[in-house]
Design a protein around this ligand. Structure first.
Ligand SMILES: [Zn+2]
Length: 801
């Protein structure tokens, strides 16, 4: 793969851009100074019209092919001065420099924004678009004059008026990669605060969002920067931090240096926001801000080490939020969500390893598997931090930042920096887990795992082969990326003393047993007496995993079958007592744990089709929809639509008119749960209707409808007929989610057949190939498992209902 950095090493860019969002045009002049290493130099330039090129003041010959610009007869020089004049257009694809819109007071407001990671800067201006090509960027943006229009970029701006235009000047950035440059143009409102270390933070949202909904993200940002300042050794290196929530955004958020962009649902939290939303926003903000150091200040040399950026940010977000809001007990989410997701995904034969070679940036989307690159990587770093201790880890990290600031690194540079502070070799340990896929299932061969054997764990139904992960010793908390296959006696012993176990040991016990039964090493029937052991449990995280066990059992039965009805009855019996004790509505003195406990119980109660409680919940909506307890809003809405399907019209109207992302999605999700076919069709009709459900939100709607047994088959069929539309409207990363998510919920021969029929021929597509291969095996294994154990599960269930 050709690297353009081999021909020209940029040092400084001066970008002079005229951007007209109404004409959808961008006219630019790029002056780049750097070292020419070859007589022909090349710049990435995708879909740009190159008008004129000069080198050291002389007009130069050039050639373009829509992907790159080639400039000929350049003198080899350490200070070549190249000026490129060009024009381009603003697209609506959520990459490069793109247009986004929102409705405000009956008008459509247009925004221009950017998404340059991984390789889309080249769609906005000619550049050496490789992470190792660090340079400083000085930016001038000229726009047609318009009341209230703001222009943001990585640096703070000064503004001048030029006739009918306004010009915003941004001083040069520190040395950084092209993918971290950003700008946003449009009407927004925001609030500015200063943190205890003197950094000014401004958080913005669209005018149709409540201004107060930025407060929470501001507060988290202020404290997260302080936390990182104190632990990373180097103070936040920029002059200011801006954060902005955008109405159209493909990913969750983007860590542009000094100007972090977010999807609205990942950043906004109004004063009534639920605990779940606050946790999500806090983690997202903390994730992006850790990247300001890890990713922005020090950047990977090439994309094959992207995992290092993401694994680091995915674990650091938990440390920061735990520091800011210890009462959230946020690490419980790390164990029950991230670690669990990693274990599920990493149990497939064809899964990628955390570190995976990529030759071209296009390939990045092929290796994008959040359960691996984010979650598994994060868990491995968590394991390393536990082994080293937080303070030692930070000491190594401080050396790393000091040594490599404004430069590029590979993974081994980090392990080397950590080494002096560890009693073992971090490199050796991490390579053992990072360079190969999978993890071991461990069997005790002696007393307390003094001796043990390891096999690669599989959810594909195949043989689990012996393999070595050089694990020094077995600890039964949540830090090790392995599972334990306890004998019946060992398992019983732990269950009998369950209350005396630490929370992490409890979670390991449940998570491991869940996976062991999913793999067929033990029958799922054993889960039925097991779950009942936790009827009086108070830990929300334990209930969260009990829900996973019920989810596991659910796969054995057809929707609305007599057996499923038995399982529902069983589930009601499981939660009823605790739910009575906890009550359905948030009480004045409830702490965070109580709120989470209730949420877990209510979710199980919903599955149990607890009509009596549905009636009570439904009345809460009827008495005043504006005054619903936000923490159980989704439960109320789902109960109401269960009892009265005609309410769907009202829900969809609310979805269309409410702007708060959390509330409107509760309405949409609940509408999609409706059982009446005619009403369900109204929700179904929104698939592919981008006027109502923005392209960025279509995948959510798809999942809601695929989860509803009444529309599952139809939703799959819709996907097969509208595949081109899905491809055109979503990004490459989300395309991968379709084979991944549909496989996760498929459980019958019929569904397997349809899956293979549709996705089978796409196995050659490098973006989809891995997800499809894994998906097929996953469904096959599940279908077999159901055949094998269904009778036993039914028989066991009968004993309890
Ligand atoms: Zn990230």
């Amino acid at each position: 793969m050709e690297r353009l950095l081999d021909y020209f090493v940029p040092d400084h860019y001066n970008l002079d851009l005229e951007i007209d969002k109404f004409k959808k045009t961008i006219k630019g002049k790029v002056n780049v100074v750097g070292e020419a290493l070859n007589e022909t130099v090349k710049f990435h330039a995708v879909s740009l019209d190159i008008l004129k090129v000069t080198v050291n003041g002389e007009e130069a010959e050039f050639k373009t092919d829509g992907k790159a610009l080639e400039i000929h007869n350049v003198f080899l020089s350490p200070a070549a001065d190249i000026v490129i004049e060009y024009s381009g257009t603003l697209n609506e694809n959520m990459e490069g420099a793109y247009l986004s819109t929102y409705d405000y007071e009956g008008e459509k407001e247009i925004i221009v924004t950017t998404q340059f990671e991984s390789h889309y800067a080249r769609q906005a201006f000619p550049c050496i678009d490789e992470p190792a090509a660090k340079a400083s960027f000085q930016l001038t943006i000229t726009i047609p004059k318009r009341e209230g229009e703001i222009v943001l970029s990585n640096m703070p701006s000064s503004k001048e008026e030029v006739g009918e235009y306004e010009r915003f000047n941004f001083p040069a950035t520190p040395r950084m990669s092209t993918y971290l440059l950003a700008w946003v143009i449009g009407r927004f409102h925001g609030k500015t605060i200063k943190n205890n270390h003197g950094i000014e933070i401004t958080t913005y949202c669209a005018l149709n969002q409540e201004l107060d909904s930025v407060d929470f993200a501001n507060e988290i940002a202020a404290k997260a920067l302080e936390f990182y300042d104190d632990n990373f050794g180097i103070k936040y290196p920029l002059w200011k931090l801006d954060q902005i929530a955008l109405p159209d955004f493909e990913a969750g958020a983007m860590e542009n240096w000094g100007l972090v962009t977010y999807r609205e649902s990942m950043m906004l939290a109004n004063k009534d926001a639920t605990l779940g939303t606050k946790k999500l926003v806090a983690l997202t903000v903390a994730h992006e801000l850790s990247h300001q150091w890890f990713g922005d200040l020090v950047t990977m040399k090439w994309w094959d080490d992207l995992w290092l950026n993401e694994s680091f940010a995915s674990v650091m977000e938990y440390y920061a939020v735990d520091y800011i809001h210890p009462e959230y007990n946020i690490f419980e989410s790390f164990f029950t969500s991230d670690c669990y997701a990693a274990l599920l995904r990493d149990a497939h034969e064809d899964v990628q390893s955390v570190h995976q070679d990529v030759k071209t940036p296009e390939e990045i989307s092929t290796l994008f598997d959040s359960a691996i690159v984010y979650a598994k990587g994060a868990r491995l770093l968590f394991m390393l931090i536990r082994l080293m201790g937080w303070e030692n880890f930070c000491k190594g990290l401080q050396d790393y930042f000091e040594k490599f600031q404004y430069k590029n690194t590979v993974g081994d540079d980090l392990w080397e920096a950590l080494k002096p502070y560890a009693e073992f070799d971090p490199k050796e340990l991490m390579h053992a887990f990072i360079d190969k896929p999978g993890y071991p299932v461990i069997t005790n061969d002696g007393e307390n795992f003094e001796k043990f054997s390891q096999r690669r764990f599989s959810l594909d139904g195949g043989e689990m082969k012996e393999e070595d992960w050089s694990i020094p010793r077995i600890i039964e908390d949540m830090s090790g990326h392995y599972i334990l296959n306890l004998s019946d006696a060992e398992f019983k012993e732990r269950i009998d003393s369950f209350n005396s176990l630490g929370l992490e040991e409890k979670l390991r016990l449940l998570i491991d047993r869940d996976l062991i039964t999913q793999s067929g090493l033990a029958s799922a029937a054993s889960l039925i007496p097991l779950a009942l052991e936790f009827k009086s449990e108070n830990a929300p995280a334990v209930w969260n995993k009990v829900s996973s066990l019920i989810g596991n059992l659910k796969t054995y039965f057809d929707s609305e079958s007599a057996e499923e009805k038995m399982l529902k009855k069983y589930t009601l019996n499981l939660v009823d007592e605790k739910l009575k004790e906890v009550g359905m509505v948030t009480r004045e003195n409830d702490d965070e744990d109580m709120i989470r406990l209730r949420a877990n119980l209510m979710a199980l109660d919903y599955f149990a089709e607890d009509i009596e409680r549905f009636r009570e919940l439904s009345e809460m909506y009827e008495s005043d929809p504006e005054k619903m307890d936000p923490e159980i809003r989704e439960d109320i809405l789902s109960a109401k639509v269960y009892l009265e399907s005609e309410i769907v019209d009202e829900y969809l109207t609310k979805y269309k008119t409410i702007t708060d992302p959390e509330i409107r999605f509760d309405y949409l999700a609940s509408a999609a749960f409706v059982r009446d076919e005619e009403q369900l069709n109204k929700v179904f009709a929104l698939l592919g209707d981008f006027e109502v459900v923005k392209p960025q939100d279509q995948l959510h709607l798809f999942i809601y409808l695929y989860r509803n047994p009444k529309s599952k088959a139809k939703t799959f069929e819709w996907m097969t007929k509208n595949w081109d539309l899905i491809k055109e409207s979503g990004g490459e990363k989300t395309l991968n989610d379709y084979p991944m998510l549909t496989a996760r919920l498929a459980r019958t021969d019929e569904e397997l057949k349809k899956y293979v029929e549709f996705f089978g021929p796409m196995k050659d597509n490098p973006i989809l190939s891995r997800a499809i291969v894994i998906g097929e095996k996953e469904i096959k294994a599940r279908v077999e498992m159901i055949k094998k154990y269904r009778e036993a599960v039914v028989e066991e269930l009968r004993k309890y209902v």
